[in-house]
Design a protein around this ligand. Structure first.
Ligand SMILES: C[S@@+](CC[C@H](N)C(=O)[O-])C[C@H]1O[C@@H](n2cnc3c(N)ncnc32)[C@H](O)[C@@H]1O
Length: 184
């Protein structure tokens, strides 16, 4: 339903699109024809994984998913992650996790160190992995609301210039080999 609404709202847009896909299948997203038409992945892009990675279980390899995205991102690209944590309020975190246990997707709280590992291969932009309100707060606006207010960490990583080794055509990668962007 959300996707149908997005398509309707974006019908006359040429610079925005919505792709219906599961993050656990990054190849489907990266190989989507509409995405490939819109984005030139040989140039820097920004990937925002905002409040979504905590719905991916460890067994579903969230780090591998991020790494697959990272390996298609040109030098100078940015990765934004926000992720729920129990670091600040472990008791409340456990309760929320329990409630999500009855939902269609689990909530996987992760520690600062675990979330930081998702930025492997990126340079973390200052101030690093912090609570969302502490990431360069606007003193004129709401600013930092206090430690642990959101139960969440946020960070921004930048793909360094030396990160990309070259072509990456993997077996079973949905036919990306030989297509218009040779670095895929
Ligand atoms: C808390 S919302 C955040 C939405 C948006 N990023 C934002 O900040 O407003 C989490 C979103 O992740 C989506 N989601 C959960 N698991 C997903 C998955 N495996 N693949 C793609 N999207 C997923 C949910 O449908 C939901 O829209």
């Amino acid at each position: 339903m959300v996707h149908a609404h997005a398509d309707a709202l974006l019908a006359d847009q040429t610079a925005t699109l919505a792709v219906l896909a599961d993050l656990r299948q990054p190849e489907v997203i990266l190989g989507h024809p509409a995405l490939r038409r819109l984005l030139d992945l040989a140039r820097p892009v920004a990937v925002l994984l905002v409040a979504v990675l905590h719905f991916i279980r460890d067994a579903e390899d969230p780090a591998g998913i991020v790494a697959r995205l990272r390996d298609t991102m040109a030098p100078g690209s940015y990765l934004v992650i926000s992720h729920a944590t129990g670091d600040f309020h472990p008791h409340a975190g456990a309760k929320v996790t329990e409630v999500y246990g009855q939902a269609s997707a689990p909530l996987v709280l992760r520690s600062r160190r675990q979330i930081e590992r998702f930025f492997d291969g990126f340079d973390l932009v200052e101030p690093g992995l912090v609570e969302p309100a502490a990431w360069r707060p606007d003193e004129q606006g709401q600013g930092h609301r206090g430690r642990g207010a959101g139960g969440c960490y946020s960070g921004v990583g930048r793909q360094p210039a030396s990160a990309r080794a070259g072509p990456r055509d993997e077996p079973g990668s949905q036919g990306l080999a030989g297509q218009e962007h040779p670095r895929w």
